[in-house]
Design a protein around this ligand. Structure first.
Ligand code: ACO
Length: 429
C-alpha cells in the first residue's frame, strides 16, 4: 500500500495519495486537491511539479545520473550511435539488426524535402536566424504533406517520426546554406545520418567535403548526448502542444522555439559569445566571475547551473573529455578552451557557485567542440534541436499512447484588479 500524505488546512485533515517511481522518486498526487479543498498548488517555474509520469529518461540531479530507457549515458556515449539511441528513446528498446536496418531505411527514404519546400526557403531574408527557419520549416512541412496534419496512428507514426528525424537534418543544413547564400545540396542516400548532415552543410557543388571519421563521430556524440533530458522547457512545450492533439510537426516546431532561448538551448551560443568577449577584453576570466556573481551586472556564467543537476552534469563530463580529444586529434588549439577551463576552475572554487550548487552543464564545452568541427556559432542551437528531436518524438509518442489523454492546462492565482467597470475615454486617467 502506498503512503498517504496528510494536509492540515483550515482545521481539517485531507489525505492525498502518493506515487513512487521505479527509481524511488516520490510525488504527492494532488489531482483531487482543488475538488477537496478549493486550493490549488503554486509552483513558480514548475521547479517542484511533476507534469507527467514518463518511462523515457531518468535523471538524478543530486548524483549526476542520466539514463535513457535505463541505460547510462556514459555507456551509450561509448557504445551507441545517435540513430540507434534515437530508436531506443522512441521505441523503448535497443533495436535488433532488422529493426535497425528498417529504421535506417525509413530515415533514408524520407530524407529529401518536398521540392516545394526548397522554394519556401527563398522567402527568408539572408540574415534570418537558422532557428527561426528551422521552426518555421518544420511547421510548414504539414502544408506540403497534408497527411501530417492529423494526429498519427501507430502505423503512420513510424513514417512521420522517421520523416521528422531525417528532415530536421536536411532543413537545418538548408537553413545554413540559405543564410550564407550557398546552393542547397540534396542528401546522399549512401551516407549515414551525421555524415550526411556534414556533407549537406559543407560540400560545394564542385567538391565534396572531406568526412573525417573523428569529426563525424564527435558530432554524432553531440547529437546523442542531447537526445533527451526529461521534462525540460522544450520537451514540456512539445507535450503541452501535443496534448491539444496538434500534430507531431507542429508540436516539434514549438519545441524548437522553446529551445531557442539563451536560458535553454541558446546557452551553447551564449557560452561562446561570453568566452569571445572575455578573450577580447584580455580578462583571464576573473573579472567575469566577479560580474556573474553581481545580480546588477546583468551577467551570468553561461553554461553553468541547471534546474535539475546540483552536481556535475554527466553530459558535460563526456563532452569535456571528447572536446580535449578532438582538438588533440585535429591538432588544433583554441584559446577559448583555456578560458573555459580557467572559468570552471575559478567557479568550482568560489563559494557563490559552490553554495548554489552551480556546475558546468552540457553547454559549457559543447560550443568548443562544435567550433572545432567547423559549425558556425549561429548553428549551435540548431545542433541541439537536431539532437533533441528523438526525445521530443518519444515524448509525443508516450502521450499518444496514453489511454487517458488530458489536455495540459495549468491554473493560476489571479492577482489583477477585482471587478471594475468600463469607463468612457473622458473619464479615464
Ligand atoms: N551564473 C550566475 N549565477 C547563477 C547562474 C549562473 N549561470 N545560474 C544560477 N545562478 C544563481 C541565481 O542568480 C540564483 O541566485 P540567488 O539564489 O542568489 O537568487 C541561484 O543561482 C539559483 O538560480 P535560478 O535562476 O533560480 O536557477 P534555475 O533553476 O531557475 O535556473 C538555469 C537554471 C536557467 C540553467 C540557470 O542556472 C542559468 O541561467 N544558467 C545559465 C544559462 C545556461 O547555461 N543554460 C543552459 C541550461 S542547460 C540546458 O538547457 C541544456
Amino acid at each position: 500500500m502506498s503512503e498517504k500524505a496528510q494536509l492540515h488546512l483550515n482545521g481539517k485533515v485531507y489525505e492525498l495519495p502518493t506515487v513512487t517511481g521505479s527509481e524511488g522518486e516520490k510525488a504527492v498526487d494532488i489531482s483531487t486537491l482543488r475538488d477537496l479543498t478549493g486550493y490549488i498548488t503554486l509552483d513558480d517555474g514548475y521547479g517542484n511539479t511533476g507534469s507527467c509520469s514518463s518511462a523515457i529518461t531518468f535523471i538524478d540531479g543530486e548524483k549526476g545520473i542520466l539514463r535513457y530507457r535505463g541505460i547510462p549515458i556514459e555507456e551509450l556515449a561509448v557504445k551507441s550511435t545517435f540513430v540507434e539511441t534515437a530508436y531506443l528513446l522512441i521505441y523503448g528498446k535497443l533495436p535488433t539488426h532488422p529493426e535497425k536496418a528498417r529504421f535506417s531505411d525509413l530515415l533514408t527514404e524520407n530524407e529529401n524535402l518536398h521540392e516545394g519546400m526548397k522554394h519556401h526557403f527563398e522567402g527568408f531574408p539572408p540574415s534570418s536566424h537558422p532557428m527561426a527557419m528551422l521552426s518555421a520549416m518544420i511547421n510548414a512541412s504539414s502544408c506540403f504533406y497534408p497527411g501530417l496534419m492529423k494526429s498519427p496512428d501507430s502505423e503512420s507514426f513510424e513514417v512521420q517520426a522517421a520523416r521528422l528525424l531525417s528532415q530536421v537534418r536536411t532543413i537545418a543544413a538548408f537553413s545554413y546554406r540559405k543564410s550564407r547564400g550557398l546552393p542547397f545540396l540534396y542528401p546522399k542516400p549512401a551516407y549515414k545520418y551525421t555524415a550526411n548532415f556534414l556533407y549537406m552543410m559543407f560540400s560545394d557543388p564542385y567538391g565534396s567535403y572531406e568526412l573525417k571519421p573523428e569529426v563525424v563521430r564527435a558530432l554524432d556524440l553531440i547529437f546523442l548526448l542531447h537526445a533527451d533530458h526529461e521534462q525540460n522547457c522544450s520537451t514540456s512545450t512539445v507535450r503541452m502542444v501535443a496534448s491539444s492533439e496538434a500534430n507531431l510537426f507542429a508540436s516539434a516546431a514549438a519545441g524548437v522555439c522553446a529551445l531557442w532561448g539563451p536560458l535553454h538551448g541558446g546557452a551553447n551560443q551564449a557560452v561562446i559569445t561570453m568566452l569571445e568577449e572575455i578573450h577580447a577584453s584580455g580578462d583571464d576570466g576573473r573579472r567575469f566571475i566577479t560580474a556573474a556573481k553581481d545580480k546588477n551586472s546583468g551577467k551570468r556564467l553561461m553554461g553553468f547551473g541547471h534546474r535539475v543537476y546540483k552536481n556535475y552534469d554527466p553530459r558535460a563530463k563526456i563532452i569535456k573529455a571528447a572536446s580535449d580529444l578532438l582538438l588533440h586529434t585535429l591538432n588544433r588549439e583554441d584559446p577559448l578552451l583555456d578560458i573555459a577551463r580557467k572559468l570552471e576552475e575559478a567557479a568550482l572554487g568560489d563559494s557563490y557557485f559552490v553554495e548554489r550548487k552551480l556546475y558546468p552543464n552540457v553547454d559549457f564545452y559543447s560550443g568548443i567542440m562544435m567550433r572545432a568541427i567547423g559549425i558556425p556559432t549561429e548553428m549551435f542551437t540548431v545542433m541541439f534541436a537536431i539532437g533533441r528531436m528523438p526525445g521530443w518524438i518519444a515524448n509525443f509518442k508516450e502521450l499518444l499512447d496514453e489511454r487517458r489523454k488530458r489536455i495540459c492546462r495549468p491554473r493560476q492565482i489571479y492577482i489583477g484588479p477585482t471587478e471594475r467597470h468600463y469607463l468612457p475615454p473622458e473619464q479615464r486617467r
